[in-house]
Write a protein that binds this ligand. Structure first.
Ligand code: NAG
Ligand code: NAG
Length: 434
């Protein structure tokens, strides 16, 4: 068995382990024998080596973090604890998904935050009150709204389908962009009486925005400014090893996943249990291994891990996402295009009237856009981000984070995310209000 095959198995198993509690012990033992040569995930290369003193300090921080009650507080409870009001809203999409929106009401203009793959609105909070973007915006007086894409923990209802139907999970970020975003944006504008809002997306939150404004160009007028944190559209140069490998085996992975009824790639309850108890356990070592799992998926800059906050972060992420979302990304890695889901030649002909999927018409996007990217980002490689910049008509700021190792997850949770990223985000938003 080749190294590549093994990586694919690790990849699939990671998700099966967390999604299918009824995997037989036979399969489990087969898997563990396959994994043996790898010993542990912690042997992966790191981009930072700690000194003895840092290890000591990080351990103390992590231990202090373990008794932080925030680990067990819900998003709304966190918002209240740190002195803000919250509102919970619901909107039904044209295809029946019941999406939840969370608001920290303010008197100012609306800023709408959209999370990434396997994430939820809580990810804008778990960095803590001093540097969580939702708090920083609320403190600056904005009316903060946070969306939740179909399939995540907070939007796992459909008035026509049950989330145990595989039909419920038959969506990608294409549907999130074409159907979820319009429903949420219209609802927010209706409710607040404002005529446009500022949109901030992280990762898939940016992809869905690009889909929206290409497919429904009338939404360009409803968004006055866009901040793209770790923008993802073209993906040919992704350096995340697992995503790359998954891309090479996309058909197999999709077929296996489907056959196993594996629709939700990050069913929160089981994954949370595994991450926090088995992996994040109660020691510094366990926590670094845990970081490595996250590291595998979105990459971490080890110099930027906030150890005190990791227990809080990992108890709130990941949230749900469909397998099709992940496969759609894998297709972009493979094809090098930013285009619709590839169903194979014959189904493409029926669905799109062409043998290959059509590309998104990003030239229709006119919203003034600020792009933040980083050299160390495993999912949004600077070469691919440059492709986005050159295809958009109205890029008003193009900013490389001033720390080379800064990675994908760091845009939410880095120790210095405020000074490295968010201070500039707040300045840009203030300057670009209508
Ligand atoms: C470790 O913590 C001590 C006490 O807070 C501090 O004085 C020291 O600078 C820290 N060392 C490092 C490398 O961060
Ligand atoms: C949407 O979900 C919320 C929360 O579960 C619920 O209160 C509301 O009635 C639902 N809306 C519809 C139309 O089912």
């Amino acid at each position: 068995m080749s190294f590549k095959h093994l990586l694919v198995i690790i990849f699939i198993t990671n998700y099966i382990r967390v999604c299918k509690s009824d995997v037989t012990s036979e399969i489990e033992s087969l898997i563990s024998s396959l994994l043996e040569p790898f010993e542990s995930l912690s042997s992966l290369p790191r981009n930072y080596v700690f000194t003895e003193e840092e290890i000591y300090n990080n351990t103390q921080d992590y231990l202090a973090g373990l008794v932080n009650e925030d680990i067990y507080l819900s998003g709304p409870q966190l918002i209240q604890k740190y002195g803000y009001d919250y509102e919970e809203h619901h909107v039904i999409t044209t295809d029946g998904y019941n999406l939840s929106l969370y608001r920290i009401p303010g008197n100012g203009r609306v800023v709408f935050l959209m999370h990434g793959l396997t994430s939820s609105f809580v990810d804008w909070l778990t960095a803590g009150p001093e540097k969580g973007l939702a708090y920083l915006l609320a403190a600056a007086g904005y009316d903060v709204w946070m969306g939740n894409a179909r399939g995540n923990t907070y939007s796992k209802q459909n008035i026509l389908l049950s989330s145990s139907d595989s039909e419920f999970w038959d969506f990608s970020w294409d549907e999130i962009g074409r159907l979820d975003l319009p429903a949420m944006i219209d609802y927010v504008l209706d409710t607040t009486g404002q005529s446009s809002l500022t949109y901030v997306g992280h990762s898939q939150g940016t992809t869905a925005f690009f889909v929206l404004c290409s497919e429904k160009p009338e939404y360009n007028d409803k968004i006055n400014f866009m901040v793209a944190l770790s923008a993802v559209a073209w993906m040919k140069h992704v350096t995340n090893p697992l995503i790359q490998i998954a891309a090479q085996f996309d058909d197999v992975l999709y077929a296996v996943g489907k056959a196993l009824g594996l629709n939700d790639i990050a069913a929160d309850d089981d994954l949370k249990k595994i991450l926090t108890l088995t992996l994040c356990g109660d020691s510094f070592l366990a926590s670094t291994i845990c970081s490595n799992v996250e590291f595998l998926i979105c990459g971490f800059d080890f110099s930027q891990i906030d150890y005190k906050q990791t227990p809080v972060i990992f108890n709130h992420t990941p949230s749900g996402s469909s397998l099709k979302q992940l496969m759609h990304y894998a297709q972009l890695v493979l094809s090098g295009y930013f285009r619709k889901f590839d169903y194979g030649t014959s189904l493409n002909l029926i669905t799109y009237g062409s043998s290959t999927p059509p590309s998104y018409a990003v030239d229709k996007i006119t919203v003034p856009t600020a792009i933040f990217y980083s050299y160390g980002d495993w999912l949004a490689n600077p070469i691919d981000v440059e492709e986005i910049r050159s295809n958009l008509k109205n890029v008003v700021d193009y900013y490389q984070v001033g720390l080379l190792t800064f990675n994908h997850g760091d845009f939410l949770w880095a120790k210095d995310v405020k000074t490295l990223v968010y201070d500039r985000v707040l300045t840009l938003i203030a300057e670009n209000q209508p």
